[in-house]
Design a protein around this ligand. Structure first.
Ligand SMILES: [Zn+2]
Length: 401
């Protein structure tokens, strides 16, 4: 349990700590309970909750009688006190979401894409989508904390610049943080999509139990978001999580890296559809064919079932190998392609992870599905903005002192 400090210099830390506890208790918490959970004195806690109420972040929400003494006033989060925008730049479809302080999605849209657009036009399209989602939801701009942008790597975390993401050729070398910040007038955070997904998943884990975990993000590309001791692992340059070249099937398809059966190439939609004998589509949008693959498998079609079964085995091997490395024992599966295939894949993945002979896990690996769904990277990017308001990390307290 994280506890507070009664020193005046750490007021901001206490504020985020208390706000985070209130957020995780939708039924509300009394000051007495907050005091017990944080170790803060009644006086300090009273100051903290008054400041939060003054900023409109929490409200009093009725009283409860528990035992002798005065009834206790419950404090709850005011979800509509602040908002954040999340954008996911994805090879298939760019998504934008607006979330409230509870992390709930208030509005969702897709960003129309112009073919052959120049970088400034791309940024302007995102700016227009931000304007549109705020105006359609009727949200005043001063209540918006900022825009979180999730994108495939590699990117320059320090400069907020996409470098040369192979899956987003049009976005090469675009200074997203600077340019989108100037265009929208809002703070902008840029994060690798797999890390954003991990953050989104942790945000919705109200019990705060998802502290050591990995998130296998399965979209047009595949990557791994990692959390250790309750914090996302970004690596030195913000580009951690590249598992596309972990070999999962020595008899699998040839990879551009020179190996065979790397995870990325072995489970990418194009490979699965080719293995099932489908003709490639001209649009490059694999979604209709992936849905067809699932339907064919559900109806007992042998190639479709075999292809998806093998994909499940390949994913399971990657999870076992990475869990051997990280020793987290908790695996979340999500992302847009995963969401389409999950109904057929999940049983194979779960069974194969449990049975894999190379596993060195000393307790069972828990495999579960994302709570957030297909938009997890966009929602996670928005949660990164909320995180600034909530996440009470002791490291931040050290800086405050
Ligand atoms: Zn490879």
């Amino acid at each position: 349990m994280r506890t507070g400090s009664n020193l005046p210099a750490v007021g901001e830390y206490n504020q985020t700590l208390v706000l985070d506890l209130i957020r995780r208790a939708p039924e509300g918490l009394s000051r007495v309970e907050l005091s017990a959970r944080t170790g803060l004195s009644a006086q300090t806690l009273s100051n903290v909750t008054r400041r939060l109420a003054d900023e409109g972040l929490i409200v009093e929400a009725g009283k409860v009688i528990s035992g002798p003494g005065k009834p206790r006033t419950l404090l709850k989060l005011e979800p509509r006190s602040r908002f954040a925008v999340g954008v996911h730049l994805d090879p298939v479809v760019d998504t934008i979401v607006l979330v409230d302080m509870a992390g709930d999605v208030v509005a969702h849209d897709e960003i129309p894409r112009r073919h052959g657009a120049a970088p400034d036009e791309l940024v302007d399209d995102v700016r227009a989508a931000v304007d549109r989602i705020l105006s359609d939801a009727d949200i005043p701009r001063p209540l918006v904390l900022g825009v979180g942008v999730a994108a495939p790597g590699p990117f320059d975390a320090r400069g907020g610049r996409l470098l040369d993401p192979p899956l987003l050729p049009a976005w090469h070398n675009v200074h997203v943080r600077e340019d989108l910040g100037a265009a929208t007038g809002l703070p902008v955070i840029v994060e690798k999509d797999v890390t954003a997904a991990m953050v989104g998943e942790m945000w919705f884990d109200r019990s705060d139990a998802l502290t050591d975990a990995m998130f296998l993000y399965y979209g047009a590309g595949v990557g791994l978001g990692v959390a250790i001791s309750g914090s996302p692992v970004r690596g030195r340059t913000g580009n951690a999580g590249g598992i596309a070249h972990v070999v999962v099937d020595p008899d699998g398809p040839a990879c551009e890296c020179g190996s065979r059966g790397c995870l990325g190439v072995s489970i990418e939609p194009r490979t699965l559809l080719a293995e099932a004998g489908y003709e490639p589509t001209e649009t490059g949008d694999s979604r209709p064919d992936l849905d067809r693959l699932v339907r064919d498998a559900a109806e007992g079609g042998a190639p479709a079932r075999e292809v998806l079964h093998r994909a499940g085995e390949r994913i399971a091997r990657a999870l076992v190998v990475t869990n051997n490395l990280l020793d987290v024992d908790e695996v979340v599966l999500g992302g847009p392609v995963w969401e389409r295939l999950a109904a057929v894949l999940v049983d194979t993945v779960t069974a194969r992870v449990a049975a894999d002979p190379v596993s060195t896990a000393t307790r069972a690996i828990t495999v579960r599905l994302s709570r957030v769904g297909a938009d997890v990277a966009a929602v996670g990017a928005a949660c990164l903005m909320l995180d600034g308001a909530f996440a009470a990390r002791p490291a931040r307290m050290m800086i405050a002192i």
